[in-house]
Structure formats: C-alpha cells, structure tokens
Design a protein around this ligand. Structure first.
Ligand SMILES: [Zn+2]
Length: 143
C-alpha cells in the first residue's frame, strides 16, 4: 500500500510504500527529506503542505523568538524529532511572522504545542512542559 506524502519544500506529491515510511524517504523532485528527523519550519504559505496534508501525526510548536519558555522547549522538540522522525513530524511556527496561522488556531499564549492528525488538532499542551510529559505526548499520538 502506498501513502501520498506532500513535499514541504517544493510541494510535489510523492507516492511512498507504507513500509518505507520509516526509511527517511526523499522527495523525487527536489531530493529533500520528506519525513525529516529534525524540526521543520512552516509558514502561513507552507502550513497546509507541512502539517495539514502530512500522512503522519504532526507536533506543531507555536513559538516566538522573545519567548523564554519557548527556548526551553526547543531542544526537547529537537530530541523528539531525532528519535521519532518518520512516526511523528515536528514543525515550528513563528507566531510573529505567521499571524494568519496563529490566529486560525487561536494561539493566545506560547509555547503552544498542538498535535495534528489528518489536518485536525487532536491534542495540545500549553507552556514549557518537562521532557517526560512531551515525550509521552508524542508517543501517545505517533504513527
Ligand atoms: Zn520536494
């Protein structure tokens, strides 16, 4: 069985055999990783491709550079992405630069961590949560 994976960089749709999802597939068009093992930045323009059309659950970190607790969470998200890439995708959205997306999801305080599955928010965590909480949250929803 194949899964359609949109490339967050060039927008091309890639057909990937389901059993190869964990093998770090690359985009056939631009050769960038389709399911990165590090946090990816999304914008108002790329949010639909990076998050809403993702075939695997996406953990979105709504953050801003001036937010201290966001800096605390950032390395935890990097380790979740490194460990669970291919099963859960980690995406960062700068709320100052992407106000449309931030307002669409009603972000009023940051960091706000939202889990998306098939384009919908299925769970969320607010504030700078400790590492075990974040890992448990990611594991609970990972593909
Ligand atoms: Zn591509």
């Amino acid at each position: 069985m194949n899964v359609d994976v949109p490339c967050g960089v060039c927008g091309a749709t890639n057909r990937v055999p389901k059993e190869r999802i964990g093998d770090r597939p690359k985009c056939g068009q631009c050769k960038r990783p389709l399911l990165p093992h590090e946090p990816v930045t999304a914008t108002d323009q790329t949010f639909a491709a990076e998050v809403e059309r993702s075939p695997i659950p996406v953990l979105v970190d709504f953050w801003a550079p001036w937010c201290g607790p966001c800096r605390t969470v950032a390395p935890l998200l990097e380790s979740v992405a490194a460990q669970m890439g291919g099963r859960v995708k980690v995406v960062k959205v700068n709320v100052d630069e992407n106000k449309k997306t931030a307002s669409r999801f009603g972000i009023t305080s940051i960091p706000a961590l939202k889990m998306f599955r098939n384009g919908s928010v299925v769970d969320e965590l607010l504030g700078a949560v400790p590492r075990p909480t974040l890992v448990e949250f990611a594991e609970r929803h990972a593909a």
